[in-house]
Ligand binder design. Structure first.
Ligand SMILES: Cc1ncc(COP(=O)(O)O)c(C=O)c1O
Length: 487
């Protein structure tokens, strides 16, 4: 073994190397955090040209590898904590989440079996029990941490599909899909996350299986249209395996009428999955918790902590109301979750997850909850929702801006409105404003569509951002719009 032992262990040499590497990295992060720019503004072509792997025969050593990562990755990273970085559901992270990452990474526990993650398994199970209680689910530990909303939605849809077939006496797990698959449908709103479509395709049912339900003026699922689509499905000989409701659509932050949807679904014994990837943050809110009324009626729920819970990526969870449905994805591997171990009461989380090897992301939320406490966590979540309302009011008062929709969570949809211009040219202008601001490195504003028309989006998750910061950003949107218009 060379002198330079690269493996983390208890040897004095390894510990010294670890401390040096971590110290060098944290020093670099501190410098990066102090960088005033949101982004240094390099183009795709420039970054492609600049960034190259140096995989040499002798290796560069830790110090040089870190220096190169600082130069080629860190300096040109997007400052997600910057007050003008508001394009996406992409949060700045809690300091305690960073500390948790140090522990998670150094211990490298794997959540698939108890003998690879003893204390971590218990912590994750207790956290799932706690999350279920917040949702209003019966006591239990059916649920698991996931890589995020896409995976949690996949779990909800997959179990819904398999429960649907199981009711007809067929095991998808054993025998695969059967019958006239073109007749099996999932209903979700026009504004549901695209992972519904992607997951249905992945599950062998295709995009064609997704029936879109109309939305109201606030992007929420229209329950009258849902009732109609259910009736039409029946009339066409189609079978609805699930309804996916959204609590916090990606752009408008709309929360579908959860209780009404659950009531309609119950009439026909249809599985309801609620994608609360964003809106689930309101579980901790003091002011807005009631927006989630009816969440407890869902058969399964997606939560995401790398959105408005301010955890580092990845950190999500899937909750399953009735633990018996986990049987539908049960697989026993002698080396991980044997009968013998289960009879002894040894817990294992591989049976609850699509993943085998899995990070201990639950620790971040656990430490976040402990460090911040209920009041502070509620404050930083509520801040974004309240700020969005203030920003919307300000936008509505600006002659050159147009508010597209009243905010519901922490996003504001709006447009730069030139004095003249048809819909297509206004759309293009707004797209170009978003691109120009990012290219300048000064701001990252979302560009999206509302009712098919291009608009700009501010996603105001960052609790350190105040109305004055947003006014500065809006002034640069207007200035940029005017400049582009006159060019
Ligand atoms: C409503 C909603 N659901 C699901 C997802 C997917 O989550 P993830 O990116 O964690 O997979 C997103 C992502 O923004 C989302 O907005």
């Amino acid at each position: 073994m060379s002198d330079l032992n690269p493996i983390l262990s208890g040897s004095a040499q390894s510990i010294a190397a670890y401390q040096e590497a971590i110290e060098q990295s944290t020093q670099a992060v501190v410098q990066w955090l102090k960088q005033p720019e949101m982004y240094q503004g390099k183009t795709v072509a420039e970054l492609r040209e600049r960034i190259n792997l140096e995989f040499t025969s002798q290796g560069l050593g830790n110090q040089a590898a870190i220096e190169r990562a600082v130069e080629y990755f860190l300096k040109d990273s997007l400052s997600v904590h910057h007050p003008q970085c508001v394009a996406h559901l992409h949060c700045p992270s809690l300091v305690i989440s960073q500390a948790a990452e140090v522990l998670i990474n150094a211990t490298n526990q794997s959540m698939d079996s108890w003998d690879q993650s003893p204390s971590a398994t218990i912590i994750e199970m207790k956290l799932i029990e706690w999350l279920r209680a917040q949702v209003g689910y019966p006591a239990g530990d059916a649920g698991v941490f996931t890589s995020g909303g896409t995976q949690s939605n996949l779990m909800g849809l997959m179990l819904a599909r398999d429960a649907f077939f199981a009711r007809q006496g067929h095991s998808v797990q054993q025998h695969g899909l059967t019958g006239n698959l073109s007749k099996i449908k999932v209903l979700c709103s026009e504004n549901a996350h695209f992972s519904v479509q992607k997951n249905m395709a992945l599950m062998g049912l295709g995009y064609q299986s997704v029936t879109l339900v109309k939305t109201d003026a606030f992007s929420r699922m229209d329950v009258n249209d849902l009732a109609q689509k259910l009736a039409e499905a029946k009339a066409n000989g189609e079978q609805v395996m699930a309804i996916v409701a959204t609590a916090g659509t990606t752009d408008a932050g709309a929360i579908d009428p959860l209780a009404d949807i659950a009531a309609l679904a119950a009439e026909q014994q249809i599985w309801v999955h609620v994608d609360a990837a964003w809106g689930g943050a309101l579980l901790l809110s003091e002011k807005y918790r009631h927006f989630l009324n009816g969440l407890e009626l869902a058969d399964s729920v997606t939560l995401d902590f790398h959105k408005q819970f301010f955890q580092t990526i990845s950190c999500g969870a899937f909750l399953l109301k009735d633990a018996r449905h986990y049987q539908l994805m049960r697989y026993q591997a002698a080396y991980l979750n044997s009968d013998f171990d289960e009879e002894q009461g040894v817990p294992n989380l591989v049976s609850k997850s699509l993943q085998t090897t899995r990070r201990f992301d639950a620790l971040k939320l656990w430490m976040g909850l402990e460090a911040l406490g209920k009041k502070q966590y509620a404050e930083i979540i509520d801040n974004g929702v309240t700020l969005a309302q203030q920003v919307a009011q300000f936008v509505a008062e600006q002659p050159q801006l147009e508010l597209v929709m009243q905010p519901q969570l922490a996003s504001v949809l709006f447009r730069f409105r030139p004095e003249k211009g048809d819909t297509a040219s206004v759309a293009l202008l707004n797209q170009r404003i978003g691109d120009a601001l990012l290219a300048s490195g000064s701001a990252n504003v979302g560009v999206t569509e509302a009712d098919g028309v291009t608009c700009l989006k501010l996603t105001l998750l960052n609790p350190t951002v105040c109305l004055e910061d947003v006014k500065v950003l809006l002034a640069s949107v207007v200035a940029c719009g005017q400049q582009l218009q006159n060019a």
